[in-house]
Write a protein that binds this ligand. Structure first.
Ligand SMILES: CC(=O)N[C@H]1[C@@H](OP(=O)(O)OP(=O)(O)OC[C@H]2O[C@@H](n3ccc(=O)[nH]c3=O)[C@H](O)[C@@H]2O)O[C@H](CO)[C@@H](O)[C@@H]1O[C@H](C)C(=O)N[C@@H](C)C(=O)N[C@H](CCC(=O)O)C(=O)O
Ligand SMILES: Nc1ncnc2c1ncn2[C@@H]1O[C@H](COP(=O)(O)OP(=O)(O)OP(=O)(O)O)[C@@H](O)[C@H]1O
Ligand SMILES: N[C@H](CCC[C@H](N)C(=O)O)C(=O)O
Ligand SMILES: [Mg+2]
Length: 505
């Protein structure tokens, strides 16, 4: 594609140097530049891409997009723009032939529930006769083809490449998680979402966003802004930020569990077998049976119904589609055992998610609740003491361990978690002396050892919740990513106790 054609996508740019160029590649990492590449110098959180312009040119870049003028050789085109990430998103869309225009695009944002909702909406889109692609935390996938995701929402160049690939494979629709990082960094700029869904907003990513207001402002961009955002909004009102969002999108289809809204439950029965509910919707009352458990999943199902109504599905089609989603990997995922205990792996890695997951467990009225969790390194440290407090408040026995320490000291992360455990009734015990019943916590930094120890404590009627890593099949310690899977570790520990069922893997 001609550089001039790409440049026609962006306003207010200044150009110097040659224009009659045909770049071979779009790229923002100097380490990936090849002969003829068009390089975007992104101002980053860690580094400034402008510093890598000389390296990009040395590696063969024929053109560079910058926010500040820089000296470059005469043979290189220099394009100066106000916002490099936005220019990159627009040019990437053009480069790949505007694939999003061929898809019915649905964007899901909010602190928790996005991944779950993409699975539910995927089923609704199928029911509506679409061939949906899914982009999110677990994987980017379409029709049997799946690649593990490195980000919840890919960088704009990767995103547009994926969309073009999905279109080529025959996708007609897309449901994607839209993270606050993505909205802040313009990764989805230019995508015209037919439907945007807001689930909730609770403290998270406050290492990246200055405060909750900035975090909310990022999320809000999907609904009211210049992106172009979404045509139809679905908003969960049982959340103070959802209420605020509704003020800027009074046309939204509203969802709530406990207040008046277009989608709201009329009658609910919850058990370990799942959720049975009669739910009011604009299409009429839906009789829903879902194998998903927990009140937060009732909320997710209601949000999905809102989206399904926007798709024009009738009540039977809505119930049929959502009833088909029996589980979401790593979200309250059950691990079979012969102890008559419920063993669950869950991705709760925020205070609110952990509280909701533990509430879902408590609603099952178990004998005891045992919780194993840690917090990721190089991520918002503010959630650590909160998760510590939430875990011990709702558990009989908590095992504080490591998540993905990344470049932080795992013991320092654990100390920050424990600093939140202020309730004098909760005692810290050594693993050898822990009382069998009561409010206690132990610290076992090695996650595999923590899981094995918790499994040893399990008795019939107990629930064991291993939280924080869900579907992840790795652990990042330092800069090394090694294989680690909570589900495998649990099965290993259960096997060692002779408590893995005959057919258990
Ligand atoms: C905090 C964050 O979002 N960081 C993202 C951001 O990095 P950054 O702004 O820090 O970039 P940087 O490292 O300072 O580098 C600046 C520029 O210099 C370039 N560079 C750098 C080094 C070099 O030698 N040459 C070079 O050209 C880089 O490619 C980049 O373009 O831009 C990078 C390029 O697009 C991303 O890869 C990077 O994601 C990092 C890896 C990350 O961990 N992001 C997470 C926190 C994230 O995005 N999470 C969200 C939300 C998760 C959720 O809630 O589910 C997600 O959507 O996944
Ligand atoms: N509606 C909800 N409200 C609160 N917590 C929820 C909700 N849905 C799911 N959770 C909890 O949050 C965890 C993560 O859920 P899910 O993966 O669906 O959210 P997400 O928004 O995609 O998260 P991430 O931003 O990490 O990708 C679940 O394992 C569960 O513990
Ligand atoms: N989407 C979240 C995932 C956190 C998962 C947890 N296991 C961790 O590594 O902190 C993030 O990037 O902050
Ligand atoms: Mg997700």
């Amino acid at each position: 594609m001609q550089l001039t054609e790409l440049l026609s996508q962006i306003d207010g740019r200044q150009l110097s140097g040659p224009v009659d160029l045909c770049p071979t590649l779009l790229c923002h990492d100097s380490r990936q530049v090849c002969e003829g590449a068009l390089f975007f110098a992104l101002p980053g959180a860690q580094q400034d891409g402008h510093a890598f312009v000389p390296a990009a040119i040395a590696a063969g870049a024929c053109a560079v997009v910058v926010e500040r003028p820089l000296p470059v050789p005469e043979s290189v085109a220099l394009i100066q723009v106000a916002d490099c990430r936005r220019a990159m998103a627009r040019m990437a869309a053009a480069w790949y032939g505007f694939p999003a225009r061929q898809l019915l695009c649905i964007g899901v944002t909010g602190t928790n529930g996005k991944t779950t909702l993409t699975y539910l909406i995927e089923a609704l889109l199928r029911q509506a006769g679409h061939r949906p692609a899914v982009i999110g935390t677990i994987s980017n996938r379409f029709d049997g083809y799946s690649q593990p995701a490195s980000h919840t929402t890919p960088e704009s160049i990767d995103l547009q490449a994926l969309l073009a690939d999905f279109c080529q494979r025959g996708a007609t629709a897309l449901v994607m998680e839209v993270s606050s990082h993505a909205l802040q960094q313009q990764r989805v700029f230019g995508i015209d979402f037919a439907i945007g869904l807001f689930t909730n907003l609770t403290p998270e990513h406050l290492d990246y966003h200055a405060d909750m207001e900035q975090y909310f402002a990022a999320k809000q961009r999907l609904f009211c802004g210049d992106m172009p955002g979404c045509r139809q909004a679905v908003i969960h009102l049982g959340d103070a930020y959802g209420q605020r969002l509704w003020q800027c999108r009074p046309d939204a289809l509203t969802v709530a569990l406990e207040q008046d809204a277009a989608v709201r439950p009329l009658a609910v029965r919850q058990s370990l077998a799942g959720i049975e509910a009669r739910i009011a919707t604009p299409a009429g009352p839906v009789e829903l049976r879902s194998a998903l458990v927990g009140r937060f999943n009732l909320e997710n199902l209601c949000c999905a119904l809102g989206v399904g109504c926007c798709l024009g599905l009738d009540t039977e089609a809505l119930a049929r589609a959502l009833g088909q989603v029996a589980a979401v990997p790593g979200r309250l995922e059950r691990i079979e055992n012969t102890l008559d205990a419920l063993v669950l792996v869950d991705y709760a890695h925020t205070g609110d998610a952990l509280e909701k997951a533990l509430q879902a467990v408590a609603d099952l009225r178990p004998r005891r609740i045992l919780t194993v969790f840690g917090c990721g390194g190089d991520r918002d440290p503010r959630k650590r003491p909160v998760m510590g407090a939430v875990a011990v408040a709702a558990s009989d026995l908590t095992v504080v361990t490591s998540d993905n320490p990344r470049t932080e000291d795992p013991l320092a992360i654990i100390d920050q978690i424990c600093a939140g455990i202020r309730d004098p009734r909760v005692v810290r015990c050594a693993p050898e002396t822990v009382p069998p019943v009561g409010s206690a916590y132990v610290v076992i930094p090695d996650r595999a050892a923590a899981i094995a120890w918790a499994v040893e404590q399990l008795r019939g009627g107990d629930v064991l919740l291993v939280a924080g890593k869900g579907h992840e099949d790795y652990q990042i310690i330092g800069s090394r990513k090694q294989h680690f899977d909570d589900r495998e570790q649990l099965r290993l520990a259960l096997r060692q106790r002779g408590a893995l069922p005959r057919n258990g893997r």
